[in-house]
Design a protein around this ligand. Structure first.
Ligand SMILES: [Cu+2]
Length: 66
């Protein structure tokens, strides 16, 4: 499981965008966005760099692994 602190997610639409982008990656079982905490939890065996990149490409800032 991977966990990231992500800046810029403000609403349900953002959560949906990030969830879709991350779940499109290989070896991701599920992505869960916690809007209040500004966190994204990724279940599965995904590559950390690939997840980070997908979130950045979707337009959000990954601060660090939470
Ligand atoms: Cu939004």
């Amino acid at each position: 499981m991977l966990k990231f602190k992500v800046d810029g997610m403000t609403c349900g639409h953002c959560a949906q965008t990030v969830t879709k982008a991350v779940e499109a990656l290989p070896r991701v079982e599920r992505a869960v966005v916690d809007l209040k905490a500004g966190e994204v939890t990724v279940q599965g065996d995904a590559d950390e760099g690939a997840v980070r990149q997908a979130i950045e490409d979707a337009g959000y800032d990954v601060r660090n692994a939470a």
